[in-house]
Design a protein around this ligand. Structure first.
Ligand code: SAM
Length: 220
């Protein structure tokens, strides 16, 4: 471990977007889930949300390239509880859904707190979710096949969100509170120590950059 790693972690955290997320409804194939997390990490999503299929724990594969380590996946028991939790936190939930009322995905304003709901590989977004959400968005399709792979759809939408947020200057300064930034910085730098402190209900020490070379050396 080096100071360079600390600088990288800090730079990535400073670009995280706490008010942009995905909600995956029964997306269960490991390669799709992994690819979605990899794209979400790339645009700075802080955490992803999932309604797991029949309570099955989500699994990843090498497609994630380790992004699952940097992007917690919050599991919800049902579509209903996922919506109420996101709504309480001020998110608008928009469904990537091939419906008649769907608007072009580029017409949505992603600079507002947004959760992008993506549906299951086989049957898409559930009718319950389609009703609960604030809007439907669609990526226009002009080919013979009706829909995109779910991870491709996620990437297209998330990079439009990134484009809008870049234009709005939302990556220029940290969007995390100083407390949240310090907490995540410690957890990303010292995951094992952070786990021990959490179990003991003890606070994390402050990360002091000038002291890091010695600490990181002894931790490696
Ligand atoms: N037969 C399913 C249906 O009718 O919705 C197809 C599911 S598609 C393979 C999986 C998910 O990817 C969809 O639920 C949606 O969230 C997303 N998706 C795929 N193509 C899309 C598109 N052109 N526009 C918006 N979302 C899309």
């Amino acid at each position: 471990m080096t100071l360079e790693r600390h600088n990288r972690i800090r730079a990535v955290l400073e670009k995280r977007q706490p008010d942009l997320t995905v909600l995956l409804e029964h997306v269960h194939k490991p390669h799709n889930l992994s690819a979605i997390l990899r794209s979400a990490d790339a645009v700075g999503v802080l955490e992803a949300n999932i309604v797991a299929l029949e309570g099955r724990p989500p699994t990843f594969n090498e497609t994630s390239a380790g992004s699952d380590k940097w992007l917690p996946l919050v599991q919800h028991e049902s579509t209903e509880t996922a919506f109420s939790s996101l709504k309480k936190r001020g998110f608008q939930v928009i469904a990537a859904h091939l419906s008649r009322t769907a608007m072009d995905y580029r017409a949505w304003d992603y600079t507002q707190p947004t959760a992008v709901l993506l549906g299951a590989e086989k049957w898409g977004v559930s009718s319950q979710a389609a009703e609960l959400c604030d809007a439907h968005i669609i990526i226009p399709m002009h080919g013979m096949v009706q829909s995109l792979n779910v991870s491709v759809a996620a990437a297209v939408i998330l990079f439009e969100a990134q484009r809008q947020r870049l234009e709005a200057g939302m990556y220029n300064t940290s969007r995390l509170t100083p407390e949240a930034l310090a907490k995540l910085e410690y957890e990303w730098l010292f995951p094992r120590e952070a786990e021990i402190l959490r179990a003991k209900n003890e606070p994390y020490p402050a990360v002091i950059p000038s002291e890091l070379p010695t600490i990181l050396e002894s931790a490696s």
